[in-house]
Design a protein around this ligand. Structure first.
Ligand code: AMP
Length: 193
């Protein structure tokens, strides 16, 4: 199965992706995680992405498209994958469409997480507070001002993908305001899997 999880930052995509990995036995491809790893390893991509990510803006389409193109070639992704945080712009979605078409593959579904902005801000604050209490490192982009920029990037550049995939007939919407287990159940229901 090839899935996209689409939604604003803090909507629960990562949490649900982890559960889908276990249930469907396919990998989670999170461009945010891959970019954070590149930043930590100080690779050329990481060096380019670091400041952009710290500001809460989007890394260039060329960079992320290349990362995903390389990643879906790996063996574990042959039987399917869960894209988390990609595509985030219409050019990225077009590039993904071409990549899959060239391989004779298709997307099974795009799961949209619907969550109100007030709730997203509260979740980010809670995530930051809990990390601080545990003594864990806090993500630089989990800062109220940077989070606002991330939400703006979502609104301006990613939200148009909802209509993009709706018009292709692949969009399934779930209510991401529900408790985690309920969201998991709703995803199972919309996927029929
Ligand atoms: P995430 O972990 O998905 O919230 O991503 C963290 C940050 O990584 C984003 O705020 C962007 O700076 C960058 N990023 C992740 N995925 C993408 C993408 N598909 N396109 C552009 N930038 C991305």
């Amino acid at each position: 199965m090839r899935l996209i999880l689409l939604g604003p930052p803090g909507a629960g995509k990562g949490t649900q992706a982890e559960r889908l990995v276990k249930r469907l036995a396919i990998p989670q491809l999170s461009t945010g995680e891959m970019l954070r790893a590149a930043v930590a390893a100080k690779t050329p991509v990481g060096l380019k992405a670091k400041d952009i990510m710290n500001r809460g803006e989007l890394v260039s389409d060329d960079i992320v498209v290349q990362i995903v193109a390389d990643r879906i070639e790996e063996r574990d992704a042959k039987k399917g994958f869960i894209l988390d945080g990609f595509p985030r712009t219409v050019p990225q979605a077009d590039a993904l469409g071409r990549m899959l078409f060239d391989k004779g593959l298709k997307l099974d579904a795009v799961v949209e997480f619907k969550v109100a902005e007030d709730e997203l801000i509260e979740r980010m604050k809670l995530r930051k507070k809990q990390a601080e209490e545990r003594g864990d490192p806090v993500r630089k982009d989990d800062d109220p001002d940077v989070f606002k920029t991330r939400l703006e990037a979502y609104r301006a550049q990613t939200k148009p993908l909802i209509d993009y995939y709706r018009s292709k007939g692949t969009l399934k919407t779930v209510d991401g305001m529900q408790p985690i287990d309920k969201v998991t159940q709703e995803i199972s229901r919309v996927l029929g899997a």
